[in-house]
Design a protein around this ligand. Structure first.
Ligand code: T6T
Length: 334
């Protein structure tokens, strides 16, 4: 069993070097050591479950690819699950099922800062090491480690991108749902920078419920009310795709500037076509890979980093073919 442990440590170290070489990053905000180990630690193959925010989203597919790489290198099993919609009422029963199967570790993107707390507490109390990836919950006692993009900074970058595109006046923010930590932080960061830049938000933040068709309807209605709308910030992949479609249907592609979060394959096509002007890409592969590393460290009783913030980058038509940028385009499969 010591051999497995050594293999796992060496492999993860090698992976970490590889990650550094390909531009992976992390900002360590706090280091904690966990002396407690799961009962199964070191005695058999580690079982890790990754509960994504929603199935089939290229952001989470890319996260899964990173997690798979790290799990395979460490000889751990990885099971991936996720709800059909980004909705805590769908994800929570799945989390309850995880509580009864008791994997050694759970990497989870909780659907809601509050509603996701009770099932995660049960899982953690059952001895599973919980690592929060991408989204978080309001209860600080949950998770040995939390790994996510610096979403507030990402929102600020979106406002700066609109500024660089010549936007000076009316802007609209369309997000998914309130209570999702990632997109809420993007809205906050955007709001701070938008104020500094002198933008006027035409309304409170609107919500797409993570559905492209709803985002398209929301932007159409906004354009009907404010025909002089200059820019839109869409806080995630499906919202951004829908906003681009809605603006195109209104015959305003390129006139109303759109900055979207994420960099899924279809979003890149919209960028190429000029239907979107800039995308704030995250590094989900790195989040998944580091999530597994942190989970294994916790299981081995090694030092665990309590909070890791990963970077984002702004992708435009000008830089999208640069290999240092294109390597961060999300994957539809591993
Ligand atoms: O933007 C990502 C993720 O960071 C967010 O929490 C939910 O939406 C995405 O998965 C993109 O669809």
């Amino acid at each position: 069993m010591q051999t497995r442990k050594l293999f796992s440590a060496v492999s993860v170290f090698t992976l970490a070097l590889g990650l550094a070489a390909c531009g992976g990053d992390s900002t360590d905000e706090a280091d904690t050591s966990t002396s407690e180990t799961n009962g199964a630690a070191g005695s058999e193959e580690r079982s890790i479950t990754l509960m994504v925010g929603v199935k089939g989203d290229p952001f989470y597919v890319s996260m899964e690819c990173g997690a798979r790489e790290a799990a395979e290198a460490a000889g751990a099993t990885l099971e991936v699950q996720g709800p059909d919609k980004f909705d805590a009422t769908l994800q929570n029963p799945m989390l309850d099922a995880v509580a009864s199967t008791k994997p050694d570790a759970l990497l989870v993107a909780p659907n809601d800062v509050k509603a996701s707390v009770p099932p995660l507490k049960r899982i953690q109390d059952g001895g599973t090491k919980v690592v929060l990836v991408d989204t978080t919950v309001d209860d600080d006692t949950i998770g040995v480690s939390r790994i996510a993009t610096d979403n507030n900074l990402g929102g600020q970058k979106a406002a700066e991108a609109l500024d660089e595109l010549g936007v000076t006046g009316k802007v609209l923010v369309i997000s998914t749902d309130p209570g999702v930590s990632s997109v809420d932080a993007r809205v906050d960061g955007f709001g701070t920078k938008a104020e500094e830049l002198g933008f006027t938000q035409v309304s409170d933040t609107q919500y797409s419920h993570n559905t492209a068709s709803t985002a398209a309807q929301v932007v159409s209605a906004a354009l009907a009310k404010d025909p002089d709308l200059e820019g839109v910030f869409a806080t995630n992949l499906f919202t951004a795709q829908g906003v681009a479609t809605g603006v195109k249907q209104a015959g305003k592609s390129g006139k109303v500037k759109i900055v979207g979060f994420d960099a899924g394959p279809d979003q890149i096509k919209q960028l190429e076509a000029g239907d979107v002007q800039a995308l704030v890409a995250q590094k989900p592969y790195d989040i998944g890979l580091q999530g597994v590393e942190q989970a294994l460290a916790a299981l081995d009783g090694e030092s665990v980093t309590a909070e890791i913030q990963t970077e984002s980058l702004v992708v435009t038509q000008d830089n999208m073919d640069d290999p240092e940028v294109s390597k961060y385009i999300y994957k539809a499969s591993c």
